[in-house]
Design a protein around this ligand. Sequence first.
Ligand code: CA
Length: 620
Amino acid sequence: MKRSNLKKSIFLFILCVFGLQTLAQPRVERVEPPFWWVGMNEPALQLMVYGENIANAKVMFDYEHIDLVGVKKTDNPNYWFINLFVSPNAEPGTYKLIFQQDGQSLEYDYEFKERRPGSKERNGFDASDVIYLLMPDRFANGDPSNDNMPGMLEKADRSNPDGRHGGDLAGIEQNLPYLKDLGATALWINPMLESNMPDYSYHGYAITDFYKLDPRYGSNVDYVKFVEDCHKEDIKVIMDMVFNHCASEHWWMKDMPAEDWIHHYPDFVQTNFRTGTVIDPHASEYDRKKTTDGWFVKTMPDLNQDNEFLATYLIQNSIWWIEYANLDGIRMDTYPYADKEFMAEWMKRINYEYPNFNVVGESWVEPVGMVAWWQEGSNVKNRYYSNLRTLFDFPMYYTLGRAFNEENGWSEGIARLYETLSQDFLYYDPNSLVIFADNHDTDRFFSKIGEDKDDYKIAMAFLMTTRGIPLIYYGTEIGMTGFEHEGHGMIREDFPGGWPEDTISAFTGGDRTGLQNDMHAYLQNLMNWRKSNEVVQHGKLTHFIPEDGTYVYFRHNEQGCVMVILNNSDEDQNLDTVKYQECMKDYDSGREIIRGNKIKDLDEIMVPAKAAMIIELSKE
Ligand code: CA
């Protein structure tokens, strides 16, 4: 080849490669949220568009009632953030989002759906509910064909306590009758969004796609149908969400939407897990920043909610799931670890869109004040409006763990329940707290109390009758055991009978042991009674100083009065009721809920050793 020809060839080659690249048709890999609705309270919508060099394209939106009010780019040209304004006149439909570059254009169909009737007015969960918490990988495997799915890195291995066991949506769905019979009125299911991690993915808290259900549980469409089926059984669904972090294998980690999308990226700086620093008036800035900006663990990079695009992305993501799946509640993970101003703004947006919805935040600390601080309306905080109504009652969780592991005393044993509740003045609304004896991160309660059936019964009677929203962790109703220090897999074992190969099923009475049946029947009775008793759900709590290891309290309002006696001592107690007259004076008889018998004389009540009595008072 002649030298000049060679030069010409090289020139043409360069022209081809670079010319083609600049003249390439715009490409779009993702638009999120994947669709939206007309008629939302908030007219603004921001789309995140991902595609190679997409931010070099001109953007148009082809519908007169939805205005494109602006486009914004970050330091990464592969992302466009498109701001739309959806006018109240906008009709549902699919409209064209047009990208133009170098005379070439791409039309992307974007759908605005019609909202569900009554969507805005939806009611969240509250003290009329009993929540059942279950881990979807560990509850029931209704569809073994989805245990391993193409593209999903971790394969099922039921012999590995930390592996995936194959539980799924179909498994929960098949056992809805069991949950309904038990008396559950709401399900909190640990995260079900895609967690495509190479190992330890079953717990779901390392999310790799915020808009997609993990295919090993089912599809997005399956999830929507599941919620619909739960609603038919009068069971609410609370979705577990995580805004503090994503997974190290999240798709955007390979091409970060902005330099400041993740705190400390690409380094690994771990949080100090001391969430008190967020509200401690003496906390150093160093400690506080480490709490909120450090990564949870190496596989969970810390999201920077200070980035305005990420903040909008997360807010819209939660609203998208509420609207799309018709949710009744959200459980928000690691609440104080995220930016607190962002969390308050998020809650404001949720409340604006769905005023009767509810969210429960996880602030895992023992002191009452440090939980109360986060509740909207609380007087203990200074100029911070959280807009958050419900928190987990971790102080009461710790109290329950201690109360049944020591002798009764002035402030020990059963008196601990009284002492902790007496600090309720710190809360704006103690009846909105979620109360629990164990959850997916803690020792199994039955193990913690030395597998003592009597303690279990007293504790469950307390959970079902004191103020707040009771939560039962799956398997607690059959006395499943496990200590957290033995590994998380041990406190998240498979529910017996949930797998086709299981030889014994705890879903049915015939296979349960005598002890399991006893515990199950006890809790089932209380949960079903509580479901229809408005007084125990919402009535005022009045309690009396425990004496002789016996704690007496009442739930009462205009509709009635429920008397609860928890005898945690080893002696039968013959209770003289004179001192309880301020609560009992209008009543002369009652029905005992645990044993089902009538009580004709309220002057003296005989309470057996190590037992609870719940008496619905009445007047003959
Ligand atoms: Ca499965």
